[in-house]
Design a protein around this ligand. Structure first.
Ligand code: DSN
Length: 409
């Protein structure tokens, strides 16, 4: 390759320009998307490293291609770090996403058509927990539990009643928009009573669990899935933890069951992520994520917003916009015009639709990583309040958000 084509900027200035714009967009905006984090340089370096070019189906020591000694070393390192971090009997670090991780657990533990009991999407679950729009809902028979109407927290009595009535093969808990801590011990007891397996999807809260900020599900569940790009602060991708006796079934469900060759750049970046997650700086970020969420929730509530479940135990806040006469789609567009990124979200018992829901989901991972604290959460709550009072004038507030964002590069 000619020397002048060895850098991206020289080889493809169009792509380089889009990437430069994306970096600038991040620098100018305040990111409250609960499923995002800021990519660190070591994670990005590992992600785009030479290992990204390696093809090797199988597992360390059991590959279908040659030249795999360093791919093996990297995958084993990631596995060992993940097992140590969470105290798990087994880890599979190959899932390309959280959905793939869940799909593989279903494939490992269920036959098509078998019954699964899971948290419904609008009550905080996830599409891959048997939503009719997901392949998971087409292949398995899902029954859904929800939250109580009065507390908007998981109704454990309903979970127990449905488990006794339907005798599911698998019970699933966790999800994408549940702002409260989950009683994993209670789920473990219900699963044992009806002789079901238990899967905990901790995609959103894995970093808080790793840091000891939230209780761990590992001792109570047969399998635990999570993604590495939310509170874990790592690359896009998924992970499955399980008990040691399920190791072979889980591994075979990923390869050859549902995936081919893994992305070893991603596995290298996951190893970096797990290494970082074992240290004090990571725990400091996780404490800040929770503290920021608590402050943001309190400030919004003080300004009259109704929060689903009344607040938060984790990194996310779910705002019921009905008292403001708004829907989530209108709010997220107005907030983006003001330089604040969020996402519309269904809420429990939502009269709206996924495209026009009653809720707005906010998360504090990026803000904590960037060093924002209580004072910034007060200012952000004030900005959100002003935007939602007059969405049509949102763009006028953009300089305030941008000035704050630039103070925390
Ligand atoms: N599950 C989606 C979310 O929570 O936003 C993407 O990770």
């Amino acid at each position: 390759m000619p020397d002048d084509l060895r850098t991206l900027e020289a080889a493809d200035p169009v792509v380089a320009a889009i990437l430069a714009h994306e970096s600038d967009r991040r620098a100018r905006t305040i990111d409250l998307i609960a499923s995002e984090s800021e990519p660190s340089s070591p994670v990005l370096e590992a992600l785009g490293s030479v290992l990204a070019a390696k093809t090797a189906e199988g597992y360390p020591g059991r590959r279908y291609h040659r030249g795999t000694e360093f791919a093996d070393a990297m995958e084993q390192l990631a596995i060992d770090r993940a097992m140590a971090l969470f105290g798990a009997g087994h880890a599979n670090v190959q899932p390309s996403s959280g959905v793939n991780a869940n799909l593989a657990v279903y494939r490992a533990l269920l036959k098509p058509g078998e019954t699964v009991l899971a948290l419904q999407l609008a009550h905080g679950g996830h599409l891959s927990h048997g939503d009719p729009a997901s392949i998971t809902g087409a292949v398995y028979r899902f029954v859904h539990y929800g939250v109580r109407a009065d507390t908007e927290t998981i109704d454990l009595d309903q979970v127990r009643d449905l488990a006794r009535a339907h005798r599911p093969h698998l019970i699933v808990t966790g999800g994408s928009s549940y702002p409260r801590a989950i009683d994993y011990a209670a789920f473990g007891a219900i699963a044992r009573e009806v002789e079901a397996r238990l899967l905990v999807d901790m995609a959103h809260v894995a970093g808080l669990v790793a840091a000891g900020e939230l209780p761990s599900p590992v001792a109570h569940a047969d399998a635990v899935t999570f993604t590495t790009y939310k509170t874990m602060l790592g690359p896009h991708g998924g992970v499955i933890l399980s008990t040691a006796d399920l190791a072979r079934r889980i591994d075979r469900a990923i390869f050859p069951g549902t995936q081919g060759t893994p992305d070893f750049g991603r596995i290298a970046a996951k190893a970096v992520c797990f290494g970082f997650a074992a240290g004090e700086p990571f725990r400091g970020v996780q404490r800040a994520i929770r503290a920021n969420a608590a402050t943001l929730a309190a400030e919004l509530a003080r300004r009259g917003d109704r929060l689903v479940s009344g607040g938060t135990d984790n990194h996310l806040v779910l705002v019921d916009l009905r008292s403001r006469g708004l829907t989530g789609d209108v709010a997220e567009v107005a907030l983006e015009a003001a330089g604040i990124l969020t996402n519309r979200n269904v809420i429990p018992f939502d009269p709206g639709t996924p495209d026009r829901p009653s809720g707005l989901r906010l998360g504090t991972t990026s803000s904590a990583q960037r060093g924002m604290g209580a004072a910034e959460m007060v200012e952000i709550a004030s900005l959100i309040d002003e935007v939602l009072r007059a969405p049509e004038s949102a763009a006028a507030l953009r300089p305030r958000a941008e000035t704050m964002a630039r103070r925390f590069p």
